[in-house]
Design a protein. Sequence first.
Length: 196
Amino acid sequence: MDHRHLLPEEIDLLLDGEEGFGVNPLKAHVAQCAGCRAEYEAQREVAAALETLPHFAPSPRLADRVMAQVQIFEPWHVTLRDRVARALPRTQGGRTFVFGTAGVMAVTMSVLTVWLAHRADAVLFLAALLGQRMREAVAGGVNDAVVSAVGQGAATTVASNGLLGVGVAVAVLALAVFGTAFGLKSLASAPRGRRG
Ligand SMILES: [Zn+2]
């Protein structure tokens, strides 16, 4: 007599009616061992009872109904890739053009950055010059605007308070810039209709 009792998967082999070289020793053990025989018989009854139950099949539309309730969270990089893919032209030529343009822009920006880094003093001088010219232009513009709006008397007052005039002009300029920026932002975030 084989003294090792059957493992659960060995009883499954017998229940499945497997035939073969390895199954014969199991059958021989069941024939000799009351404990394993009882276990085998009990499981065979359960298997037979399960076979008598009606077989159910899910509705073919079950998967669709379940997935309709599932919230799928899209990782940000997938969203970005999809948006880029949608924004790109469909044709190979169009894509080549876009990538070529982007490449030229990137190279130009890189070269410009390197050049600026090596010419910091020249850039600073240029920026200072531009700033001075801009201040003069803004002061002149404010003067002209005040003259046309409230007359020469007030303009003289503003001109004598040059700093205040520049401050007002800067405030007006800032308002205009912010207004434009918000306008562009609302344009950009407006619904873009149905997605392709
Ligand atoms: Zn046994």
